[in-house]
Design a protein around this ligand. Structure first.
Ligand SMILES: C[C@@]1(CC(=O)O)C2=NC(=C\c3[nH]c(c(CCC(=O)O)c3CC(=O)O)Cc3[nH]c(c(CC(=O)O)c3CCC(=O)O)/C=C3\N/C(=C\2)[C@@H](CCC(=O)O)[C@]3(C)CC(=O)O)/[C@H]1CCC(=O)O
Ligand SMILES: NC(=O)c1ccc[n+]([C@@H]2O[C@H](COP(=O)([O-])OP(=O)(O)OC[C@H]3O[C@@H](n4cnc5c(N)ncnc54)[C@H](O)[C@@H]3O)[C@@H](O)[C@H]2O)c1
Length: 207
């Protein structure tokens, strides 16, 4: 989901709100927290203008203009009212204390530059989600960041210069199997010049 520059609201300022806000910051959202009190970490983020804190209880109408909302108050009737307003306005809502009323589930996330791996157990076991996300970390290391930057660049050139979809798919498959990732892992990869990129495309197209 692309939350970049979209208004994302969090109702409540406790430990759950803090976790959701930290996830939203990673996604580049514009965050509004509505709560009469917030955790020390959220206060630091508010001081650094990484979120906008509305220092009071939630009121109907607060969700105007929001893309999504997390209802994380510790009172059932408050989360229920937030969910109701969200439904009326067509805003996606995550209800912290009612999985069955939730539009979307917050996954465990592993990021490596352009790579995002999301893990979910559909709410069955958040602790299992956390374990699986941790287990994936060493398998998908920091090498994926330069690797995907390289793949992105090559794909742009291939899309621009190769007109046949079949040829494009063949080239991109071949590129993904050409050992670049291993070269990066062994610190042997030297960034290709544009000329080298063009040459690779020409050579691999002929065959
Ligand atoms: C992935 C992660 C992301 C995040 O929250 O940012 C996440 N929970 C995380 C950790 C975690 N949460 C809990 C424990 C204690 C162990 C346990 O209970 O299992 C641990 C483990 C720990 O702390 O290590 C307790 C808990 N969680 C929920 C409930 C309520 C309920 O089940 O109704 C209760 C019980 C409350 C109670 O009654 O005590 C609900 C949800 N938690 C979700 C996400 C969604 C489902 C994700 C999925 O599909 O698996 C959902 C539905 C909320 C949502 O959609 O937002 C993050 C790991 C980040 C990471 O480290 O990678
Ligand atoms: N989804 C999950 O991952 C998960 C995990 C554990 C617990 N929960 C549930 O999430 C909820 C929040 O948990 P928590 O640990 O963050 O609680 P908490 O007590 O730490 O925080 C609750 C926050 O809600 C605020 N609040 C209360 N009434 C409000 C109102 N009218 N308007 C705005 N804010 C209001 C409080 O001021 C406080 O900041 C609980 O219902 C809990 O059962 C969810």
């Amino acid at each position: 989901m692309n939350c970049k520059n979209k208004i994302c609201c969090v109702v409540g300022g406790g430990s759950i709100a803090e976790r959701k806000v930290k996830g939203l910051i990673e996604s580049g959202a514009c965050i509004t927290v509505i709560s009469p009190n917030i955790t020390p970490d959220l206060q630091v983020l508010a001081d650094h203008k990484q979120l906008h804190w509305v220092n009071r209880v939630y009121r109907e109408g607060d969700l105007q203009g929001a893309f999504l909302v997390y209802a994380t108050a510790n009172q059932r009737e408050v989360n229920n009212a937030v969910a109701q307003e969200a439904r009326q306005r067509g805003i996606l809502v995550n209800v912290a204390d009612r999985l069955e009323e939730t539009d979307f589930i917050t996954p465990g996330i592993l990021r490596r530059g352009r790579l995002t791996i999301s893990v979910s157990t559909a709410g069955a076991g958040p602790a299992v989600t956390a374990d699986i996300t941790s287990a994936l970390e060493p398998l998908f290391g920091s090498e994926y960041e330069p690797y995907l930057d390289f793949m992105y660049e090559m794909r742009q050139i291939i899309k621009r210069t190769v007109s046949s979809p079949r040829q494009r798919a063949k080239l991109l498959r071949r590129l993904a199997n050409s050992g670049i990732l291993d070269q990066i892992r062994r610190h042997e990869f030297v960034a290709w010049t544009e000329k080298e990129m063009d040459l690779w495309i020409a050579q691999n197209q002929e065959e």
